[in-house]
Design a protein around this ligand. Structure first.
Ligand SMILES: *[C@@H]1O[C@H](CO)[C@@H](O)[C@H](O)[C@H]1NC(C)=O
Ligand SMILES: *[C@@H]1O[C@H](CO)[C@@H](O)[C@H](O)[C@H]1NC(C)=O
Ligand SMILES: *[C@@H]1O[C@H](CO)[C@@H](O)[C@H](O)[C@H]1NC(C)=O
Ligand SMILES: *[C@@H]1O[C@H](CO)[C@@H](O)[C@H](O)[C@H]1NC(C)=O
Ligand SMILES: *[C@@H]1O[C@H](CO)[C@@H](O)[C@H](O)[C@H]1NC(C)=O
Ligand SMILES: *[C@@H]1O[C@H](CO)[C@@H](O)[C@H](O)[C@H]1NC(C)=O
Ligand SMILES: CC(=O)N[C@H]1CO[C@H](CO)[C@@H](O)[C@@H]1O
Length: 451
C-alpha cells in the first residue's frame, strides 16, 4: 500500500498524498490499538469473572460454517450453581480481520485456567484461522429468573411494556410445577390508597395468593411504610385525567404490569375509595371459579349512553355495538392480554372519543361486547349507587356505615354466577371516604370474617 502511494506521489500532488498516506498509517495504527483494546477489555473481564467463581465451566464452542450461515451451539453444560451468569462464544467468518481474531484468541486463552480448559477441545488456531471469535458475557435469564415476579418499578416505556406483556406461550404444557394462581389487585388512585388499613387486614395471611399494583399520579411522592403491603408496589405512572383516554392508558399500564407476573390469573381494578365486601378466601374463590369475566356492559339510549357515540367511528364501531358500563372490572388473563394488545378499537377511541365522551365508561364495555361477549357476564362485581343522580355516585361517610348497610351490599341483589342464581353479586363497593374507615375497621372482622 505504501509502495503504491509512493508511486502515485511521484506523479504529483505530493503533499496531498503524503498527508493521505500518513492518515492511512495512523488509521492502521489506530485500528490495531482499538482491536488490542477490545481484546484486553474482554480478557480483563473474563479474568475478573473467573476469579469470582470457583467452578469454571467455560463453554468455548466450536462453530462450523457452511457458506454464510452461522450456527450457534448452546453451551453443552450449564452449571446449575451459577444460574444467572453465562457466556457464549460467537464466531463469525471474516477473512479480512484475521489479525483481530488472533488478538482476541490470544487474550481469551491468556488465563491459565481457561487455557487448560481450552486444551480439552481442538485448539481454535487449528481451524485454519478463518474464524473470528468473540466471547460475550451477559446475564442469563433462566426459567426460574423468567418466572420470578418482576419488581413493580422498572424503566420500560409504555410501548416496551405493552409489547413485553403481550407475549403468550404457545406451548401449554408447563415445564415446571404449577404455581399457585394469584389475583392481581390493581389500584388506580390519585394519591395514597385511602382505605389502606382495611385492605391490609383483608390481605393479611393470604400472601402468595395476590399481587398488588398501584398507579397513582406521578407527582404523588409520599412514602409507604415498609411494613405495608403497598410498599414498593407503585408502577411507573403517568398523569390521568378522569374520563379521558389517559385513564384507559393507565388501566392498560396496570394490566400490562400485572401480566408480567405469570402467576397472576385474575385482574381486579379498584379505586382508592373501593372496599372489599367479603374476606379474601371468598373473593379469591369467587373470582377463580368464575367461568365468566366481569366487565359491565349495557346499551343505554339517551344522552349519556348512545348520545356519546359518534358516526366517525364507523365502520370500526357501529352504534348498535356501542356499550356503556362501569370501568371497575374483574377479568381473567386471556381478556387482560386482549385488552393490552388491542390495536383495532383503542386507536378509534383515542381519535374520536373526546373528553365529554367518557371513554372510561365506553371503551372496555364496547370492545369486550364486540369481541369477547361470549365469556363476559356484562356485570361488574363492584357495587356503586347512582340512584341519587348527578355525574358522581353516592359517597359514604362515617355514619353511613352500618352492619345493615354492609349486609345489603353483600347480599342485597340477585344475579347469575356459573349458570346459577346467587345473592352474592358484589365483592367490592365504592365510594367510601376515609371518614368511614374507623367503622369499617370495626365491623369488617365481624361481618366480613377477616382473620
Ligand atoms: C461462563 O459461565 C460459567 C457458568 O455457566 C461461569 O462459571 C463462568 O465464570 C463464565 N465465564 C465468564 C467469562 O463469564
Ligand atoms: C477465507 O480465506 C481462505 C483462504 O485463506 C479461503 O479459502 C476462504 O474461502 C475464505 N473464506 C471466506 C468466507 O471468504
Ligand atoms: C414531593 O417531595 C418534595 C420534597 O421531597 C416536596 O417538597 C413536595 O411537596 C412533594 N410533593 C408531593 C406532591 O407530595
Ligand atoms: C370467609 O368468610 C366465609 C363466609 O363469608 C367463611 O365461611 C370463611 O370461613 C371465611 N374464611 C376465613 C379464612 O376466615
Ligand atoms: C370452586 O371450585 C373448586 C374446585 O373446582 C370447588 O371445590 C369449590 O367448591 C368451588 N367453590 C365455589 C365457591 O364454587
Ligand atoms: C352480554 O351482552 C351481549 C350483547 O352485548 C349478549 O350477546 C350476551 O348474551 C350478554 N351476556 C350475558 C351473560 O348476559
Ligand atoms: C499483528 C499481526 O498479526 N499482524 C498481521 C496481520 O495480518 C497480516 C497479513 O495477513 C500480517 O502480515 C501481519 O503480520
Amino acid at each position: 500500500m505504501k509502495n503504491n502511494n509512493k508511486e502515485q506521489q511521484g506523479k504529483g500532488a505530493a503533499s496531498y498524498l503524503k498527508l493521505f498516506s500518513a492518515q492511512l498509517d495512523l488509521l492502521n495504527l489506530f485500528s490495531h490499538a482499538l482491536v488490542f483494546g477490545i481484546g484486553l477489555l474482554i480478557g480483563v473481564t473474563l479474568t475478573f469473572f473467573v476469579k469470582n467463581f470457583s467452578l469454571i465451566n467455560f463453554p468455548i464452542q466450536k462453530f462450523s460454517f457452511s457458506s454464510n450461515s452461522l450456527m450457534i451451539k448452546p453451551p453443552t453444560s450449564l452449571s446449575p450453581s451459577h444460574p444467572i451468569i453465562s457466556n457464549i462464544s460467537l464466531l463469525t467468518s471474516n477473512n479480512q480481520t484475521k489479525n483481530e481474531s488472533q488478538y482476541l484468541e490470544g487474550l481469551v486463552v491468556s488465563d491459565s485456567r481457561l487455557r487448560h480448559h481450552d486444551k480439552t477441545k481442538p485448539s481454535s488456531s487449528d481451524s485454519s484461522s478463518i474464524n473470528r471469535k468473540r466471547v460475550m458475557n451477559f446475564n442469563r435469564v433462566g426459567l426460574r429468573e423468567f418466572l420470578k415476579p418482576p419488581m413493580a418499578m422498572h424503566d420500560m416505556s409504555d410501548e416496551e411494556l405493552l409489547w413485553r406483556a403481550s407475549m403468550v406461550p404457545m406451548v401449554h404444557k408447563l415445564p415446571f410445577k404449577q404455581t399457585t394462581a394469584k389475583v392481581a389487585f390493581m389500584f388506580l388512585t390519585k394519591g395514597p390508597v385511602l382505605l389502606a388499613p382495611l385492605w391490609e387486614r383483608f390481605f393479611k395471611g393470604n400472601e402468595r395468593l395476590y399481587s398488588i399494583y398501584v398507579h397513582s399520579n406521578p407527582s404523588f411522592n409520599e412514602t409507604v411504610p415498609e411494613s405495608s403491603v403497598f410498599h414498593g408496589r407503585n408502577i411507573p405512572s403517568q398523569e390521568v385525567r378522569w374520563g379521558e383516554n389517559s385513564m384507559i392508558e393507565a388501566e392498560r399500564r396496570l394490566l400490562a404490569n400485572a401480566l408480567l407476573d405469570f402467576s397472576n390469573q385474575r385482574f381486579v381494578l379498584v379505586s382508592e375509595s373501593c372496599i372489599p365486601l367479603f374476606n379474601f378466601s371468598t373473593i379469591y374463590t369467587y373470582l377463580m371459579n368464575s367461568t365468566k369475566t366481569f366487565v359491565e356492559a349495557y346499551d343505554l339510549p339517551g344522552e349519556v349512553g348512545r348520545g356519546r357515540y359518534t358516526p366517525h367511528m364507523r365502520p370500526h364501531i357501529r352504534l348498535s355495538q356501542w356499550r356503556k358500563g362501569s370501568q371497575w372490572f374483574q377479568i381473567d388473563r386471556y381478556l387482560a392480554l386482549q385488552i393490552i394488545s388491542d390495536h383495532q378499537y383503542f386507536p378509534v377511541f383515542k381519535k374520536y372519543c373526546n373528553p365529554s365522551c367518557s371513554c372510561d365508561e365506553h371503551y372496555l364495555p364496547t370492545f369486550v361486547s364486540i369481541k369477547f361477549w361470549k365469556r363476559n357476564s356484562n356485570r361488574t362485581l363492584t357495587w356503586v349507587d347512582w340512584s341519587r343522580g348527578g355525574p358522581h355516585p353516592s359517597r359514604y361517610f362515617r355514619t353511613d356505615v352500618t352492619i345493615e348497610f354492609l349486609n345489603k351490599l353483600r347480599y342485597g341483589s340477585s344475579c347469575e354466577y356459573n349458570g346459577r342464581t346467587t345473592n352474592i353479586c358484589h365483592l367490592f363497593a365504592r365510594k367510601f371516604t376515609p371518614h368511614a374507615l374507623d367503622r369499617l375497621l370495626r365491623f369488617a372482622p365481624k361481618i366480613m370474617q377477616f382473620n
